[in-house]
Design a binder for this molecule. Structure first.
Ligand code: UDP
Length: 273
């Protein structure tokens, strides 16, 4: 798996299948599998929230979750050609969890939304175990949320607080949490609960889901963020090339479970040898 640097942020050239292939090794090890999305919205927030950048840097799998990311990779001479969305990866994780009787925990969204999402998941995937859920407006502190989650030992933790809240929570708590696989999924519980519909297939196929959502939910700032992202990525193209020149595969799909700091020390060893 190659890492590209777009707009100063690492993004991995991976597919949904790569994630599925990597799940068993991480679930069987004590290394955490941290899957997070990189998209224009998040890329524009990292200046304001350096912790979000740290979380993306520490993640083991950075999804190219936006058509803007795919387009900029192409313009900058990178190899990312496929958009991989958090919602699709959650779907794959749920299938895997169902096939292997894994334990899942949901954190985020409104009380009635997360409750309904948990009920729908339990009905659709009868072999997995929904071991708990907490809504995203709880008065519990981050530490208290972690204590509750750890008490039920989930394999998968899905966090749906929207950006940057979900990345900030995870950056603060991931070391203390005992789940094995982490995925931040934005508004996905709203979709799983039936509260919000995904874009019609026509939009998804043409990679225009972002346009549908921006217009339907009247969030024109998203269109502006995509433009800002493209301009910033283009301006930083020299930096992207420089990082690409230094680039080594970050996590071998299904093989290497090294943390970013271990990979960095491997690189130092190589440089010095
Ligand atoms: N949310 C939450 N707690 C908060 C703010 C938001 O649980 O303090 C939830 C919100 O109810 C929704 C999701 O986070 O389910 C945000 O969805 P959105 O589509 O805005 O996220 P994005 O995909 O844009 O990151």
């Amino acid at each position: 798996m190659e890492t590209e640097y777009i707009s100063g942020l690492p993004v991995d050239n991976l597919t949904r299948q790569d994630i599925i292939d990597d799940l068993p090794a991480y679930l069987a090890s004590d290394k955490k599998m941290i899957i997070t999305s990189v998209n224009p919205q998040i890329a524009m927030q990292v200046e304001q929230y350096p912790e979000v950048r740290k979380y993306i840097q520490r993640a083991t799998h950075r999804l190219p979750d936006g058509v803007g990311v795919v387009k900029m990779s192409k313009y900058l001479g990178g190899n990312i050609r496929e958009r991989v969305t958090g919602i699709d990866v959650m779907d794959d994780c749920l299938h895997y969890a169902d096939a292997h009787g894994c334990r899942i925990f949901l954190y985020g969204a409104k009380k009635e939304v997360v409750k309904k999402a948990a009920a729908n998941i339990a009905a659709d995937y009868p072999n997995l175990k929904v071991v708990g859920y907490i809504d995203g407006y709880t008065e519990l502190s981050g530490d208290e949320i972690t204590t509750r989650i750890n008490a039920v030992h989930p394999d998968f933790l899905f966090v749906a607080l929207g950006s940057p809240k979900q990345e900030l929570f995870l950056e603060e708590q991931v070391d203390a949490l005992n789940a094995k696989v982490y995925l931040d999924v934005g508004g996905t519980f709203d979709v799983l609960s039936g509260t919000v519909k995904r874009a019609p297939q026509f939009f998804i196929k043409l990679n225009l889901e972002w346009l549908y959502r921006s217009l339907k939910y009247r969030r024109p700032e998203r269109l502006i963020q995509i433009l800002q992202y493209m301009v910033k990525s283009w301006r930083m193209r020299g930096h992207s090339r420089q990082m690409a020149g230094n680039k080594k595969p970050q996590v071998g799909t299904g093989k290497s479970l090294k943390t970013p700091s271990e990979q960095a020390s491997d690189r130092d060893v190589k440089k010095n040898s």
